[in-house]
Ligand binder design. Structure first.
Ligand code: C5P
Length: 232
C-alpha cells in the first residue's frame, strides 16, 4: 500500500498528547519522513525572544520565519532545528519558550508565513506531520487524520515524569497550570484553533501505553477507508 501511494498522515492533538513521539515511531515503522510542526512555532518564538521582539507583534515575528530551517536527522525525521545558522534543539524546548509560543501561534500573519513551508514538506507524501491544525487547515486533504487526546491531568503527569518531577510537587503543579493555559489559548484562538477535523479518527490515550498508542494509530493508517470515509 505504502509503496504505491505514499500517504500524508496528519496527527494533531493538544500539548503533551504524545503526537511527536508517537508520530515519529509511526513514521519509522512506515519508512516515512516525520515533521513536528510545533518545532517551527517554537523556533520562531525563540528567535523573537532572542531579538527582543514582542511575540505579539505578528508582522515582526512573521519576518523571522525565513531564518528558521529544519534539517533531517539520519532517520529522515525533520528534527534538527537551525535558526540563523545555529542548532537550537534544546533551547526551543524550554518552559520560557513554551509560555510565549501560543501568543506567536495565534497571529494569523505568522501562521500564513509558515503554511507554505509545511505544505512543501508534505509534497510527494510518505510523511507524518504532527501539529494542531494539520488535518483542518494545513493539509485538509491528508490521507489519514488522527486526533490524539488525553485528559489534561494525564498529559501533565506524563510531562512531569519526563522532566523528573514528583507527582504533586510545585514543579509538577506548574506544568499542569502551564498546560491548561497553553491549551486554552491554542483552542480558543480565532486563527486555526486546535481541534479535530470532522473526519479525524480520535485516539484517547489515557489508558494506552506508548506501544498501544502506536499500534492504534497504525491500525487507522492501514485501514482501507481514507479519512472521512468511515475510519472513525
Ligand atoms: O506541539 P508543541 O507543543 O511543540 O507546539 C508548541 C506550540 O506551537 C503550541 O502550543 C501551539 O501554540 C503552536 N502550534 C500551532 N500549530 C501547530 C503546531 C504547534 O499553533 N500545527
Amino acid at each position: 500500500m505504502t509503496d504505491r501511494h505514499p500517504l500524508v498522515i496528519a496527527i494533531d492533538g493538544p500539548a503533551s498528547s504524545g503526537k511527536s513521539s508517537v508520530g515519529a515511531a509511526v513514521a519509522a515503522r512506515l519508512g516515512y519522513r516525520f515533521l513536528d510542526t510545533g518545532l517551527l512555532y517554537r523556533a520562531v518564538t525563540w528567535l523573537a525572544l532572542q531579538r527582543a521582539i514582542d511575540p505579539a507583534d505578528g508582522p515582526a515575528v512573521a519576518a523571522l520565519v525565513a531564518e528558521v530551517d529544519l534539517v533531517p536527522d539520519d532517520r529522515g525525521r525533520l528534527t534538527r532545528v537551525f535558526v540563523d545558522g545555529r542548532e537550537v534543539a534544546t533551547e526551543i524546548q524550554t518552559a520560557a519558550v513554551e509560555r510565549r509560543v501560543p501568543e506567536v501561534a495565534r497571529q494569523p500573519v505568522v501562521r500564513a508565513a509558515l503554511l507554505p513551508r509545511q505544505r512543501a514538506y508534505a509534497e510527494g507524501g510518505g510523511i507524518v506531520l504532527a501539529g494542531r491544525d494539520i488535518g483542518t487547515v494545513v493539509l485538509p486533504a491528508a490521507d489519514r487524520k488522527i486526533w490524539l487526546d488525553a485528559s489534561t491531568e494525564a498529559r501533565a503527569a506524563r510531562r512531569a515524569r519526563e522532566r523528573g518531577h514528583a507527582p504533586g510537587s510545585p514543579a509538577a503543579e506548574r506544568i499542569l497550570a502551564d498546560l491548561r493555559r497553553r491549551d486554552a489559548t491554542d483552542t480558543g484562538r480565532a486563527a486555526a484553533p486546535a481541534r479535530p477535523a470532522p473526519d479525524a479518527s480520535i485516539v484517547v490515550t489515557d489508558s494506552l501505553d506508548f506501544e498501544q498508542t502506536v499500534e492504534a494509530v497504525l491500525a487507522i493508517v492501514h485501514a482501507a477507508a481514507p479519512a472521512g470515509e468511515g475510519s472513525r
